[in-house]
Design a protein around this ligand. Structure first.
Ligand code: DQA
Length: 144
């Protein structure tokens, strides 16, 4: 499978950013880990990160017909980006939403995802493993 992994605002600061919540691993190490993970399944994982909503909308639009699945952590955009919601609805690429932290244990504003309704499902609170769990879902779902 061809995966597109999208990470939104501030996720480039993984490792430095609130390590008590998001862990010690850097964004570069996450990329390496996901690429290697995909390879063990004969798949590829392209990783894209942006701090800009419009760039993420364009990445989703451009994924149509190119990637088999999107695994996306929209960061704070999760909680208010109707543009990302609409972009996900506009393309034929299924998406699983991932949050490193358990958003339901945190501030009230993080409990609501406006983007999740356009996703197959949502994973929250499993740390970086959530990205791999989402990829495994796509890898295995057609074999059941
Ligand atoms: C996050 C949770 C969001 O509320 C936050 O704004 C992030 C990261 C997570 O991975 O836990 O940037 O999506």
């Amino acid at each position: 499978m061809k995966f597109l992994i999208i990470n939104g605002p501030n996720l480039n600061l993984l490792g430095k950013r609130e390590p008590g919540i998001y862990g010690q691993n850097t964004y570069d190490s996450l990329r390496e880990r996901l690429k290697a993970f995909a390879e063990t399944y004969g798949s590829t994982a392209e990783c894209y990160q942006s701090n800009y909503e419009g760039d993420i909308v364009s990445a989703i639009q451009d994924a149509d017909g190119v990637y088999d699945a999107i695994v996306m952590n929209p960061g704070a955009l999760t909680h208010y980006s109707y543009a990302i919601l609409d972009a996900l609805k506009a393309v034929d690429v299924p998406c699983v939403e991932v949050h490193i932290s358990n958003v339901h244990q945190r501030e009230e504003f993080r409990h609501k995802s406006v983007t999740a309704p356009a996703c197959v499902g949502q994973i929250s609170g499993l740390g970086l493993y959530g990205y791999e769990a989402a990829m495994r879902y796509f890898l295995e779902r057609d074999q059941r």
